[in-house]
Design a protein around this ligand. Structure first.
Ligand SMILES: [Zn+2]
Length: 399
């Protein structure tokens, strides 16, 4: 089980840190220049990149050796990501490092939780930072305890923040039995629909407008061509159909990738969908297309999530669109199109977002019957998580 804990930092010697960030970015971009050159070469082989860049970067910067190595690894990873996308048939552009962020490791970073203090290597020497977090908070007590190992540490500067813009993102990991992971998962519900292809319980929306529009146009042209009935019209239809399907698949692939990446960022263990109905024969072409989209999207998410160790689950669809995710009151009158307003508690929320929360919640409640531990399972929302007791925990401070 992995989580990311964000901690605000108070740094006295900010100029040194800022200069280190600048040089680190420079180093990352230099490695990319070598690994992705004008002749079209794309290599993420670390040894090769090391040979070609290490001494040059040591020469040109004041970065300590281990940060140069970290920069190389980061660039190598970015190039690798692009090469994989290319293999998938996606278009990519050369990676460029613009955000203010440095990856630290054990040799360049130390942390003393008991003193709420950390030190970081810089272009000059090590500097110190104070960790600004409330150790009384259950969140920090849990994830900064001995049962969780710190596996990575990234320093980030949030440029929009005044005063203390530096944050430490600690990756923490706990070795758990597969069973335990099932017992207290963090869950994200996903609602699939027409206007919005997908909406998550964390408040992310993926619009279906472009896809639907494109499809409508295609259906119109197809109708006209079918009326013509000539051989060439038939050929044109087939040609268009192929292009249409490729476009739809590409779109759904991209969305599924974004859903899984989003789930990863929210440290989600389980993505929950509603059970899809069997394909019905007696429905319009448009409906058939929509069901085809849902099925594809589900398949793509399932495939990509598995690679990341995220589980996919389904719950039965019943009343998820009429039920209030806040108080549980269920009636048709709660919902008017995309607007959901609970007649009982007055909660107003986008209908699809409400449904996504219900889907996640439904899975958590069902789990109570099995070995899942109610108090530890959580539904991932936009700005925090909530368990079935209604206890809300905000995500760690972000900018
Ligand atoms: Zn309500």
């Amino acid at each position: 089980m992995r989580r990311t804990v964000k901690i605000k930092l108070e740094v006295e010697e900010q100029e040194k840190l800022q200069e280190t960030i600048r040089q680190f970015k420079y180093a990352c971009n230099q490695v990319v220049e070598k690994g992705w050159n004008e002749e079209g070469l794309k290599t993420y082989n670390k040894n090769k990149l090391h040979e070609e860049t290490y001494y040059q970067i040591r020469e040109e910067t004041d970065l300590p050796a281990n940060l140069v190595t970290q920069a190389r690894d980061r660039a190598s990873q970015a190039i690798k990501g692009c090469v994989e996308k290319l293999k998938d048939g996606d278009t990519v552009s050369k990676p460029e490092f613009t955000s203010d962020s440095i990856k630290y490791d054990k040799r360049t970073f130390s942390i003393w939780l008991e003193d709420k203090r950390a030190t970081f290597s810089t272009v000059d020497r090590r500097i110190e930072a104070e960790l600004l977090y409330d150790e009384e908070k259950e969140y920090y007590q849990k994830y900064l305890s001995e049962s969780w190992n710190i596996t990575s540490s990234t320093l980030e500067k949030h440029s929009y923040e005044d005063g203390e813009p530096y944050y430490l993102h600690l990756g923490v990991e706990k070795k758990v039995e597969r069973k335990e992971e099932f017992e207290e998962p963090r869950v994200m519900g996903v609602d699939l629909g027409v206007d919005n292809l997908a909406v998550t319980s964390t408040g992310k929306f993926w619009s279906g407008n472009k896809l639907n529009h494109q499809r409508r146009r295609f259906e119109e042209i197809r109708g006209k061509l079918q009326e013509k009935g000539t051989r060439s019209a038939h050929q044109t239809i087939q040609h268009m159909e192929g292009r249409e399907n490729r476009y739809s698949c590409d779109t759904l692939h991209r969305i599924s990738k974004e859903i899984v990446e989003h789930a990863e960022r929210k440290d989600v263990d389980v993505i929950v969908f509603e059970d899809l109905k069997g394909i019905r024969e007696d429905i319009s072409n448009r409906k058939k297309f929509q069901e085809w989209c849902f099925r594809k999207l589900f398949k793509y998410v399932e495939y990509k999530a598995k690679e990341k160790g995220i589980r996919i689950e389904k719950v039965k669809s019943s009343y998820t669109s009429q039920k209030c995710s806040e108080c549980g009151h269920t009636t048709k009158g709660n919902r008017k199109g995309s607007k959901f307003k609970c007649v009982n508690c007055g909660k107003e929320i986008h209908s699809d977002y409400n449904a996504a929360k219900n889907i996640g919640n439904k899975f958590l409640r069902n789990g109570q019957k099995s070995s899942m531990r109610k108090s530890h399972s959580q539904l991932a929302l936009k700005s925090g998580t909530v368990n079935l007791n209604g206890d809300y925990t905000a995500y760690p401070v972000t900018g």
